[in-house]
Design a protein around this ligand. Sequence first.
Ligand code: TRP
Length: 491
Amino acid sequence: MRDRWSSRTIFLFATIGSAVGLGNIWRFPYLTYKFGGGAFLLPYLIALIIIGIPLLIMEFALGQKFQQGIVGTFSKINLRLEGLGIATVMLCFFVVSYYAVVMAWALIYFFRSLHMTLPWTGIANSYFADKVLMQSQNIETISSINPLLLLGLIVVWMLIYFSIWKGVNSVGKILKVLIPVPGILLVIMLIRGLTLDGAMIGIYHYLKPSWNALLSTEIWIAAASQIFFTLSLGFGVMIAYASYNKKNENLNQDALITAVANSSISLFAGFVVFSILGYMATSTGVSVDTVVASGPGLAFVVFPQAISMMPWAPLFAALFFLMLITLGIDSAFSMVEGVTTVASDKFKISTEIVALVVCVFAFIAGVIFTTDAGIYFLDIVDHFLTEFGLILMGIFQSIAVGWIFGAEKLREFMNSVSSWQIGKWWNVSIKYIIPISLSLLFVSQFFAEIKSNYGDYPSWAITMGWLTVFIPFAIIVYYAIKSRKSIIQSS
Ligand code: TRP
């Protein structure tokens, strides 16, 4: 018997927990600020409706219908699609191997917050590079592993392992903590943020609409890729999660709830981030534009610095990093579940063992990111996987469903189990709009990429980045053209 979620609420906790992660804190607020403030919400909403929700419904429907992870699902649709499943699982594995390292940074910061004065006060920038990462000059200089980071990574992997080791049963229990805790912390941070001097200036910069921005193509690209990333699409994670539902769960609504909850939390997080940035700018007498940042620079440099200027700094630093950890860890373990689901479909061994093997291997794969050149590797792998690898999977997955399985067939299934009936527009979205818009996204990013040398890294490093895209691609092609006979023999 397949494992089942203990309730519909727990399933929704799991999907929301996966979707809400670092991207909601360090990507969405920054993109909004950068691409037209309030005006960005328009392309964002459009991308949500025509790409995000249809793809999420598609993943839920596949998982529920086929009752398997992504490899089993796509090979049931057509054996030649098995490679698409395998490639996706590989990507998922690599992403979680560095996502866990970011969690380890947060863990280190959390423990270092527990002091009377924050150790990075006034030196947040060099503190991150020298005292946390022990960063080397450049990617070519790798001399040692950072023992503290390695220890942090081991702890993170233990947290992940013990969240998932009993499959969806243990996941369900842990989510009862991992959903409310960061929610409460976010509210506390918002109240703190809004009561600081300059908060309103920050928020003004966050949402001040500049409608002209809508005329640039960049803003539409940013919106589409953010939607894709924030809903955890294209990893097979949502397929895996939905495969633990009974076949007849109300999936259309569940997708809608997940999407709305995730975007609301993003919008909310923006208020937290920008009220505190506004405070920092005001108290140092600079403009918000000079303090704003995204990615690790926001969470591990600018924010720690801003917090160090507030009253009760250590308390709020600890709360902030606890929030990052609790928000991120359920995204991290959902990726692991994407992999373990596939492995336990295939090999009939206990979940505990499968999960252990996956966690140990992903930990080992992540050790490179704990070296002194680790951040450079992390930056490159993240760039290529999220800007290209994932989008490619999204293109293939929507084509596979839209054209090979048949969009209409899947739509009939979805509607037969759901109370909210999806119209024929969904077929158009899956067959045309999604593959075309994601392909445009891919091509435009590709040209931008070859024009500039990403991060000024040496060419071997860039080649390595491209390999993370080409190897999965080659696997997809190989399985697709392998003759029927050999496919049947090998399975
Ligand atoms: N949605 C997560 C975030 O916003 C990140 C993410 C992208 C993810 N793809 C995923 C998480 C797949 C889990 C599975 O931070």
